[in-house]
Design a protein around this ligand. Structure first.
Ligand SMILES: [Zn+2]
Length: 154
């Protein structure tokens, strides 16, 4: 089941089909990487699968692996370029609650340098107890085991 109902032409599919303009950084048979129209740092690249997938649960795992491999290549290229690049961030929003706005999976890659304006408004200071962490980890392990047995028995 798709993460989001189809609501007309997908802008990223339009870019893949070259019916919408994009400043393409990299392209191969599986993915395309292009610059975000609203960059939050000097270089803000979106890496998308060519095959439409609304969210992670719809994404072919091989396409997902390829997105990450491509992000690694682009990160290396940024560091070798003449742009100031002290680091990179990868970011993927899956679902509306996570901030996803275009429902075609996209992996953000941000060029970073010391003192840039990039901020993540998150509270990194909470310190739950070990028993609380273990309880959550156990719940997830159970679901992972159930998912794997459901997949292998199908
Ligand atoms: Zn699409």
């Amino acid at each position: 089941m798709p993460s989001q109902p189809d609501t007309g032409p997908c802008i990223f599919c339009e870019i893949v089909a070259e019916r919408a303009p994009a400043s393409v950084v990299y392209e191969d048979d599986t993915c395309v990487a292009f610059l975000d129209l609203r960059p939050v740092t000097e270089v803000h690249t979106l890496i998308i699968p060519k095959r439409h997938a609304a969210g992670l649960q719809d994404l072919d795992p091989a396409d997902g692996a390829h997105l990450f491999t491509t992000a690694m290549r682009l990160a290396t290229a940024l560091r070798r370029s003449d742009l100031r690049c002290d680091g990179v961030n990868l970011f993927l929003a899956d679902g509306e609650a996570a901030g996803q706005e275009v429902f075609h999976v996209h992996l953000h890659l941000f060029l970073r340098f010391a003192g840039d304006s990039f901020r993540i408004d998150a509270d990194w200071s909470t310190t739950p107890s070990r028993s609380s962490l273990d309880e959550i980890a156990g719940r997830l392990r159970t679901v992972l085991t159930d998912t794997e047995s459901a997949t292998t028995s199908a």
